[in-house]
Ligand binder design. Structure first.
Ligand SMILES: O=C(CO)COP(=O)(O)O
Length: 256
């Protein structure tokens, strides 16, 4: 089954509202309407930028979706500093990244939290872009497949096949994030294929073939073609190269 590629820009903690509006407009200006037939393009700005970014995208003209970088799993209440699925949905977000390695490392996010966030999102008809990936120590131990597939199992535990197939998995080896040290296409493919095999065990072949598995970690215009040529890599989750319209658009064009 041919999967539609996805290019998602994770801006991380970059861009004030005014900067976010400029970048979103620059991306929109380059965007050709019919590209939306061939690739799903997503921008993931910080929370405060979501509404302003969304406002400058005319979805009918430019099918660019907006997603958040995080969300909380409780529906409402005394959770100071957190943001609910209803809040991001009302802005017009299509979904949220969950379980990014920076959130796991700096904010103590556990596999259990990730699972609760996936469940909260799909219950609100939003999708999760579930990030998984191993540290350099785990890679050097040779245990990366077991480690990453356990993250996938934990993230989707108790999630129905119907809900899971709306979601996306992003394989982001931590040692490749922001380091300029990209995984080779073969290294990325090996783990992405194992992720799909895990999804097949959980949900069956048909569902696993329909789900998108992205690669993230120093993806750039120079390495994107070789990564996308791999059979189990269905797009990218982009950090640094998503912060400039020109390079992000080049990555989108690589999917056409
Ligand atoms: O973490 C990433 C996307 O979520 C990848 O970041 P870089 O593209 O900057 O390596």
């Amino acid at each position: 089954m041919a999967r539609k590629p996805m290019m998602a820009g994770n801006w991380k903690m970059n861009n004030t509202i005014s900067e976010a509006v400029v970048l979103t407009q620059e991306i929109s200006n380059h965007f050709e309407k019919d590209w939306g037939d061939s690739v799903d393009v997503v921008v993931c700005p910080p929370f405060v930028d979501l509404k302003p970014a969304k406002t400058v995208i005319d979805f009918d003209k430019m099918p660019i979706a907006v997603a958040s970088q995080n969300v909380y799993f409780e529906l409402k209440g005394a959770f100071t500093g957190e943001t609910s699925v209803a809040m991001i949905r009302e802005i017009g977000c299509a979904g949220s990244i969950v379980g990014h390695s920076e959130r796991r490392e700096y904010f103590g996010e556990t596999n259990e939290d990730v699972n609760k966030k996936v469940k909260a999102l799909v219950a609100a008809d939003l999708y999760a872009i579930v990030c998984v990936g191993e540290s350099l120590a785990v890679r050097e131990s040779g245990e990366m497949i077991d480690f990453v597939c356990a993250q996938v199992r934990a993230a989707f535990a108790g999630v129905s096949v119907e809900d899971a197939t709306t979601c996306v998995v992003a394989y982001e080896p931590i040692w490749a994030i922001g380091t300029g040290r990209t995984a080779t296409p073969e290294q990325a493919e090996e783990v992405c294929a194992a992720i799909r095999a895990t999804l097949a065990e959980m949900y069956g072949e048909e569902a696993a073939e329909a789900m998108r598995v992205l690669y993230g970690g120093s993806m750039n215009p120079g390495n994107v073609e070789a990564l996308l040529a791999m059979p189990n890599i269905d797009g990218g989750l982009i950090g640094g190269a998503a912060l400039k319209a020109a390079s992000f658009i080049q990555l989108v064009e690589a999917c056409l």
